[in-house]
Design a protein around this ligand. Structure first.
Ligand SMILES: [Zn+2]
Length: 127
């Protein structure tokens, strides 16, 4: 699997500093080493995806402290958000498609903007 060089190989946090750095901290380096030793490849993949999804949710949460916010797409990218991964989709009756990471969702708006929403009422409606 191709290693994403700008993100921690364990928790996907954005990396700063030396270009050859693969982990954000010694803790993550050690944790990644332990995982490699004890898990089979499928478990490793699931763990990695779960961490990416958790990080995505954390980014959405931090960028919309009021539960709703409109931001430029690049703000999410700079925080290490990975648009490839989400937990589920929600179509609204008006034809909008929200991507969710657990209880936080986003809608792509024109001009590279993102609307972030939060709340279980969105999930209830999705049924
Ligand atoms: Zn890390």
């Amino acid at each position: 699997m191709e290693q994403d060089r700008e993100k921690c190989g364990h928790c996907s946090a954005p990396l700063s500093g030396r270009a050859d750095k693969r982990y954000c901290s010694d803790q993550c380096r050690a944790a990644a080493g332990n995982l490699r030793k004890h898990l089979d490849p499928a478990q490793q993949l699931m763990g990695r995806l779960n961490r990416v999804l958790g990080h995505n949710r954390q980014v959405l949460c931090q960028l919309s402290p009021q539960g709703k916010a409109i931001l430029r797409r690049e703000v999410l990218l700079m925080a290490g958000f990975d648009f490839r991964y989400f937990t589920h989709l929600h179509h609204t009756p008006t034809g909008n498609l929200y991507h969710f990471c657990y209880d936080y969702g986003y809608l792509l708006l024109p001009e590279e903007r993102i609307l972030i929403v939060n709340g279980h009422h969105w999930l209830d409606k999705a049924a």
